[in-house]
Design a protein around this ligand. Structure first.
Ligand SMILES: *Cc1c(COP(=O)(O)O)cnc(C)c1O
Length: 463
C-alpha cells in the first residue's frame, strides 16, 4: 500500500515513511493510493470481538510491510492497555435512537489518546529499527498536546515540543502539558491562536533545512496514522448496533476535520454509514462552507469548547482532494487562494459531492450550556462542551437510523463550563487527582518562526 500527497507532486511513500514524515514535502497531506474495502461478511465477523482485534483487522490492510502481523498485534495491545475501560470505546444510550460513543477513557481523557497511544508505539518501534532520533513538534488546541506528551514522555530518542495558544486552553488541559517532569518534554505557550500554532508548525515542515537538521516528525492529524487509528471506533460502534445488517449515522464534533474524515474512510471501506454529520461550535467555518460554497476564514472566536476553536481545518484538504477526483493540482491552487486571500470557493461539482457526503450544523455557546444541562436531566449523563455541541446538532438529525454521537472528552477536562451548566463540578479520575499540586514548566514564545526554530535547535543540543 502506497501513500500519495493531496497536492500531487511529493513522492509516494510507504505507510511507515508517511507516518514518520507527517506533512508531504509539497505541502500536502498523505492518503492511501486506494482505500481497501471490507466485505459485509468481513464486517459481520467483527461482531463480538474485542477492540484490539477489530483494530487489527480494520487497520492491517493499510500498514503494508511496515510491521509484521505479530509486531502490529503487539503494538495495538500496548497502545490500549492503559485505557480505563474494558470496551475502550463504550456506547451509552441517550434516547430512543441516540447513542453516545465515549472516547475519553484513555490516559489524558480525550479521544486523541486512541491515535496518539498507537502512534507512540508505532514510532518507537520504527525508531528502534532505524536507530534514528527525531524531534516531534505538535500544535494543539488543547488535547493533542497532552496526548502526545503522554505517548512520548521519557523516551531517549524523541524530543517533544508542543505549541499551544497562550491563555486559550482550559486549566486542566494546560496542566496536563506543563506538569510532566521528563526532560524530553517541552511545553511552549505561543502568543496567538491555534491557527497560528498550526501555521508555524507547517512553516517548520516547509523549511527543509530545519526539518532535516532536527529530524522533524509530526503527530497532528496531518499525520495519516492518526486518522487511521480513529477509523476503528466507527467500526466497533456500528457493529455493536447491528452493522452491516443495519445502517447507522454519526455526528462528530469537528475542528481540524480529522475525526470526521476517519468516519469518511470507514464509509469508503464499506461500513454502511447513513448520515455523517459535522458539528461545529461558533467557529462554524465548515458548516458555512457547506451551505454557501465559500470557505472563508474570519478569525477564531474563543468558546467554551476550545479544542474546536479552529478556522483553518487542515484535514478538510483530504476531503477536497477526494471530491475533486484526486486532482492534486486543483487542491494546491485552492490552498494557495486560502493562504493569500484567507478564503477559497469550492467548485460547484465538488460542493455537490460534499453536500451529498456530509450533513452539518452549528451550536452556539448558549445552546452548548443548555445541552449539557438537558442531557444530564434526561439521561443522567454529564457531558463535556465538545460532546454537547455534537449532541445538539445530532438532535436535529435523528430519524429511523440509530445515531451515534462522539463524546470526545471527559467532562472533568472542562469543569468550569460543566459547572456553569449544571452546578456540578466534575472530579478528575483518581489517577489525576493531584494535577493541581504538581509543578508547572512552560516557556512563553512569540508567534515567530525564527525564534521557535532557534529555541528547538538549542533545546535539542544542535545550536
Ligand atoms: C481535537 C478535538 C475535537 C476536534 O477533532 P478534530 O479531529 O480536530 O476535528 C473535538 N473535541 C475534542 C475534545 C478534541 O480534543
Amino acid at each position: 500500500m502506497n501513500y500519495l500527497s493531496t497536492r500531487g507532486t511529493a513522492p509516494e511513500l510507504t505507510f511507515g515513511e508517511a507516518m514518520m514524515t507527517g506533512l508531504a514535502r509539497d505541502g500536502g497531506l498523505y492518503l492511501p493510493a486506494s482505500i481497501p474495502v471490507m466485505t459485509p461478511e468481513e464486517i459481520a465477523a467483527l461482531a463480538g470481538l474485542g477492540y484490539e482485534d477489530v483494530a487489527f483487522r480494520v487497520m492491517r490492510p493499510f500498514i503494508g510491510d511496515t510491521f509484521t502481523d505479530d509486531e502490529f498485534r503487539g503494538l495495538i495491545a500496548r497502545a490500549y492497555q492503559g485505557f480505563n475501560h474494558a470496551a475502550r470505546a463504550p456506547l451509552k444510550q441517550l434516547a430512543a435512537n441516540h447513542f453516545l460513543l465515549e472516547l475519553f477513557h484513555g490516559p489524558t481523557l480525550a479521544f486523541k489518546d486512541f491515535a496518539m497511544q498507537l502512534i507512540g508505539q508505532m514510532m518507537q518501534a520504527a525508531l528502534a529499527k532505524s536507530g534514528n532520533r527525531i524531534t516531534i513538534v505538535g500544535a494543539t488546541s488543547g488535547d493533542t498536546g497532552s496526548a502526545a506528551i503522554e505517548a512520548f514522555r521519557g523516551l531517549s530518542n524523541v524530543d517533544v515540543f508542543i505549541l499551544f495558544p497562550h491563555g486559550r486552553v482550559s486549566e486542566v488541559q494546560r496542566r496536563q502539558m506543563t506538569t510532566p517532569a521528563e526532560s524530553n518534554v517541552h511545553a511552549l505557550a505561543l502568543d496567538g491562536d491555534f491557527d497560528d500554532c498550526q501555521a508555524r508548525l507547517k512553516d517548520m515542515f516547509n523549511h527543509f533545512e530545519f526539518r532535516d537538521t532536527v529530524g522533524l516528525a509530526g503527530v497532528n492529524s496531518i499525520n495519516w496514522a492518526r486518522v487511521l487509528a480513529q477509523v476503528v471506533y466507527y467500526f466497533t460502534s456500528a457493529v455493536a448496533l447491528g452493522a452491516p445488517h443495519r445502517k447507522v449515522s454519526f455526528t462528530v464534533p469537528t475542528g481540524n476535520f480529522g475525526d470526521i474524515f476517519a468516519g469518511w474512510i470507514a464509509r469508503a471501506m464499506g461500513l454502511p454509514i447513513d448520515q455523517l454529520v459535522i458539528a461545529t461550535n461558533q467557529n462554524d467555518i465548515l458548516d458555512r462552507a457547506l451551505r454557501s460554497g465559500d470557505y472563508a476564514t474570519d478569525g477564531v472566536r474563543r468558546s467554551i469548547s476550545p479544542s474546536m476553536d479552529i478556522q483553518v481545518s487542515s484535514n478538510f484538504e483530504r476531503a477536497l482532494f477526494e471530491v475533486l477526483g484526486r486532482d492534486g493540482a486543483a487542491v494546491a491552487s485552492l490552498m494557495d487562494d486560502l493562504k493569500t486571500t484567507g478564503s477559497f470557493r469550492i467548485p460547484q461539482g465538488a460542493l455537490e459531492t460534499l453536500r451529498a457526503t456530509f450533513a452539518s450544523g452549528r451550536c452556539s455557546e448558549d445552546e452548548t450550556l443548555a445541552t449539557i444541562q438537558r442531557t444530564l436531566a434526561q439521561s443522567g449523563e454529564l457531558i463535556c462542551p465538545h460532546s454537547a455541541v455534537a449532541v445538539h446538532v445530532a438532535e436535529s438529525h435523528l430519524g429511523a437510523t440509530p445515531m451515534i454521537t462522539l463524546a470526545t472528552a471527559h467532562p472533568a477536562k472542562f469543569p468550569d463550563a460543566v459547572e456553569r451548566a449544571t452546578g456540578i463540578r466534575p472530579a478528575l479520575p483518581p489517577r489525576m487527582a493531584d494535577l493541581f499540586d504538581r509543578e508547572e514548566r512552560v516557556t512563553r514564545v512569540p508567534n515567530d518562526l525564527a525564534a521557535l526554530e532557534t529555541l528547538i535547535l538549542e533545546r535539542t543540543g544542535r545550536a
